[in-house]
Design a protein. Structure first.
Length: 135
């Protein structure tokens, strides 16, 4: 059995492909029907690695950070992107979001903005925009 991943989109029209037949290579049995897709099957190799490291480290993003060789905010951002792709990203905590926004206003200091980036509560691209607006 090969390690090739099946395509997820039709090469002709681009619509999502559905699994309609399963077969057993041992005995030749075949099942036909419309089978639900696996949400994890749509992940690419890097996303699967991230998920595997996250699970093997029992949810410790610091371990993910070390394994990937990236900063904590980058590891957190990649994990958030993974959750979004899987449809598991809930509504952000309104209080945390509001406090991050109020502390990162143009009236905030450079140190406040950099501290938020270090804490992972502010994306680097947004921090760069805020820093550009500071006097």
């Amino acid at each position: 059995m090969s390690g090739l991943r099946p395509p997820t989109d039709c090469p002709v029209c681009g619509d999502e492909l559905v699994t309609s037949r399963l077969g057993c290579p041992g005995c030749g049995t075949e099942l036909s029907g419309h089978f639900a897709r696996c949400a994890f099957c749509a992940l690419d190799a890097k996303e699967l690695e991230l998920l595997t490291v996250f699970l093997s480290s029992r949810g410790n993003l610091r371990e993910v950070e070390k394994h990937l060789g990236v900063s904590y905010p980058t590891a957190r951002s990649r994990f958030t992107d993974l959750l979004v792709k899987l449809g598991l990203a809930g509504e952000p905590d309104a209080a945390a979001s509001e406090s991050a926004q109020s502390a990162a206003t143009p009236s905030g200091t450079r140190e406040q903005v950099l501290a938020q980036v270090a804490a992972g509560t502010l994306a680097p691209d947004k921090a760069a925009a805020l820093l550009a607006r500071l006097p």
